[in-house]
Write a protein that binds this ligand. Sequence first.
Ligand code: PMP
Length: 393
Amino acid sequence: EAMSSITVPPPKCLQKTFVAPRRHMFGPGPSNVPPRILAAGAEPIIGHMHPEMLEIMSDIKSGIQYAFQTQNNMTIAVSGTGHTAMECAIFNAVEPGEGVLTAVNGIWGERAAEMAERIGARVNSIVTTAGGYFTSEEIDRALAKHKPVLFFLTHGESSTGVVHPLDGIGDICHKHNCLFLVDCVASMGGAPLHMDKQGIDILYSGSQKVLNAPPGTAPISFSERACQKVFNRKTKPVSFFLDMTWLANYWGCDGKPARIYHHTAPVSAFYSLRESLAILAEQGLENSWQRHKEVAEYFHEGLENMGLKLFVKDKNARLPTVTTIVSPPGYDWKEITSYIMKNHNLEISGGLGPSVGQVLRVGLMGGNSSKASVDMVLEALRDALRYCHKSKV
Ligand code: PMP
C-alpha cells in the first residue's frame, strides 16, 4: 500500500451538515435577511466582468445614490464590511502628515482616529460622554483650532444609540476648507439623511443593517470636492485593494471606455445588495424613515411602561434603528442577553466600547422594524427580568 502524502487528516467536524439556527436578529446587526434577498444571493454565479454583472453594479450605484440622496457619480459598493468602507474613505482622502479631526461620542470616532493614525495622519479628537453629541459651535471651534483636511462624524452611533444632527455641519467644514466624512452604517434608511443637501463629502454605510442584506458589502460615495482631493494626491494610498483610482474604473465611474480587472467581485453579495436596494426603492425612503421612527417611539414607550430607562435622555437624539436601554439595576446584563437568546431565540446585545456594562442594545432595522418585533422584545425582556438573578441594590 502506497504511503499517503497527507499528514493532516480530513477534519471530522466537516462531516456534519451545518444548518444555521433560525433567530430573531434584534441586536445592532446583522439583521434578518428576508427570503427575497436570500434567494437573490442563491442565483448562479456569473463572471465579475460579464455585461450582466456590470449592469448589476450600475443598478447598485443608482440604488445607493437614492439611499444616500446624492447625484455623486463617484458612488460604489466596497467589497467588504463597514470597516472596509471606513478605511476606503480615510485611506483615499488623507495623506501622511495631514490633519484629521474625529468626533468621538462612542466607539466609531475612536476607530476612525485609529485608522487615520495608522496611515501617519495628525489626529485630533473632540470627545463627549457616551450618549451625548456635539453642537455646531463646538465643531466650528475645533476645526478652527486643528485645521484638519478631514472631519469624521458618526450619524447613527450604534454603540450609544445616538443620532447626530447633520444640518449645517457640511457648511462649517467647507468654511474651514475641510472635507466632511459621515458614517451612516447604522442609520441609512432608518433616519433622514440627505448627502448632497447636507454637504457631506464622503458617506459610507453597510449592507447588514436597514438594508437587510448579508454582511460583506458597503456603499460609499464621494462628492466632487472629495474627488478633487482624492484624485490629486501626491502619494498613493497605502491600500491597493481600496485605491479609489482602481475602484472608480472598476465601477465605471472614471469615464474610461475599458474596465480593468481589479479584484473578483463578491458576485452573490452584489446580487443580494441589489435586491435589498430594490426593496428600499419600492418601499420609499421617506416611508422607511417614518416607519423606523414610529416603531422606535412605540418601543421606547413600552420600555418606559415596564420601568426601564432609556440611555439617551434627549428624545430627539435617539437613534430610531438601535435603542440603548440603561442596564437594569441589580441584574447582570450578560445573564439577560443569554436568557433571551436561550428562551426566546432572540438576539439583543450589551454595550460596545464606552457603553460596555452600561446598556442593553436592541436593533430593529429594515424588515425587523415593526410593532410585532417590538412586542416580541418587550415580552422577552419582561420574562428575563422575572427569571434572571436580581441582587438587592
Ligand atoms: N459604523 C457603525 C455606526 C456601525 O454600527 C458598524 C457596525 N456595527 C460599523 C461602522 C462597522 O461595520 P462592520 O461591522 O460591517 O465592519
